[in-house]
Write a new protein. Structure first.
Length: 207
């Protein structure tokens, strides 16, 4: 029997015995990709953002406008990195951890800076930060237990309101806009608290 025949016979025998070669396993996407770069850029830019906010103060000047522009740019990268990661299959463990950290760090920095320059009460920052980091830590704990807690519609509304509130506080607007700004901010606080409670209630029902 020739070597070729023997090889073919051996292959047939293996198939008949139910033994098949293992299917190739898809490699995980590398952490070195565009979405993760955008997420990292957001984190790196936070100190610059804080400096611009503090230098701008509550005045209408170049620093305030640069802070507003940088915030809008960073929020755009937040949308882009998620869209690109999902469309190109570039979701990584680094991205899952770094992206929410970048979001929370940026928003927390904005609120603390508002406290320092005296345009926002400290209790607002305390309530939002406690809810944001508390729910984030809880979601990570649930994830380790095998329970995935998806973002709710209320959570998306909360994020939208917080983003709008911060943008309004950053933008040097006329004095008469201070009341509408406060209404949006307090609406963001209310939705932040309600959605945080709703997460916990829903989790208890499922448990």
């Amino acid at each position: 029997m020739s070597d070729v025949s023997a090889g073919a016979s051996g292959a047939n025998n293996r198939k008949e015995d139910g033994v098949h070669s293992a299917a190739p396993v898809a490699d995980k996407p590398s952490n070195w990709n565009l979405p993760n770069f955008l997420t990292s850029l957001r984190i790196i830019a936070i100190p610059l953002f804080a400096w611009l906010v503090l230098r701008g103060g509550a005045e209408s000047n170049a620093f305030a406008w640069w802070a507003f522009g940088l915030f809008i740019a960073l929020m755009i990268t937040d949308k882009l990195d998620g869209d690109i990661a999902r469309s190109r299959g570039l979701i990584t463990d680094f991205g899952k951890i770094a992206d929410p950290i970048a979001d929370k760090a940026l928003m927390t920095t904005a609120f603390v800076c508002f406290n320092i320059i005296g345009i926002l009460p400290w209790w607002v920052t305390g309530v939002i930060v406690l809810r944001e980091f508390g729910i984030t830590i809880w979601r990570f704990i649930e994830l380790r237990r095998g329970n995935v807690v998806p973002a709710s519609r209320g959570g998306k509304l909360k994020t939208a309101l917080q983003t709008l509130a911060v943008a309004l506080y950053l933008c040097p607007l006329p004095d008469w806009m201070s009341i509408p700004n406060q209404i949006v901010m307090y609406a963001a606080v209310a939705v932040t608290v309600v959605t945080g409670i709703q997460y916990l209630v829903d989790s208890r029902k499922q448990g």
